[in-house]
Ligand binder design. Structure first.
Ligand code: SAM
Length: 211
């Protein structure tokens, strides 16, 4: 049933040109969610709820996902698909710009999936910090962005800011004692980070400038 639904969602995404997680990245996301078995998840970038369903399938049965997207039509579709899943996990959809909405969230999350505006990952991360449980897992997709983040090949001018900001994101999750990160060079690049707590040396804090 779940596999059938996922296939239906993939077909829908292809037909309607909706970007969803690529196959190799689904493996990384599913494994990370499976080993954490989270109870409260924040997803940034719902689209049609494909990744929401993947995560929900690995959660505690009465867990909650809060998922943010700026596109109302996509979220409507996500709700319809999720209803068909028969999962007991609650999916709460928040409509709007993630940068504006994260600050208004209450409570803590033990799993976060970042898959929205690539130039905003650092801002999302900083806004998220007060909402992370120690030990929380953060999965971020597209962190190698078409291979340009690794260097070697120069990105076209219009993508340079995104590439620079994704490098900043990786520098934070790889280079501070606050996070322990594994980078997967699959799909468009996926970073899986564990949040070790705010008391770590060199900790990045909300409001720190990233320019
Ligand atoms: N995670 C989804 C999946 O794999 O099924 C795919 C998400 S898609 C790659 C990225 C989504 O982020 C889009 O649906 C887009 O509308 C949303 N998005 C882009 N910028 C955003 C922003 N500033 N705030 C909230 N959502 C945003």
């Amino acid at each position: 049933m779940r596999q059938e639904l996922l296939e239906k969602m993939k077909e829908f995404a292809l037909l309607h040109n909706v970007p969803i997680l690529r196959e190799p990245s689904t493996v990384v996301l599913t494994e990370a969610a499976h080993s954490k078995c989270p109870t409260r998840v924040l997803e940034i970038g719902t689209a049609i709820g494909y990744s929401s369903l993947l995560i929900a399938s690995e959660m505690q049965p009465h867990g909650q996902i809060i998922s943010i997207d700026i596109d109302e039509e996509r979220q409507k579709i996500a709700r319809q698909f999720f209803t068909q899943s028969e999962l007991t996990v609650t999916l709460e959809l928040l409509l709007g710009d993630a940068n504006a909405l994260i600050g208004g969230l209450t409570g803590c999350f033990d799993f976060v999936f970042i898959d929205a505006a690539k130039g905003q990952y650092v801002n999302y991360l900083k806004a998220l910090l007060p909402h992370l449980e120690t030990g929380a897992v953060i999965v971020a997709d597209n962190v190698l962005f078409r291979g340009w983040v690794k260097g070697g090949v120069k990105p076209p001018r219009r993508y340079r800011t995104i590439v620079k900001r994704l490098r900043e994101y990786l520098a934070i999750v790889n280079g501070t004692d606050q996070f322990q990160t594994k980078l997967y060079d699959v799909g468009d690049g996926v970073a899986v980070s564990r949040y070790l707590g705010s008391a770590q040396k060199g900790a990045v804090r909300q409001g720190d400038d990233n320019e």
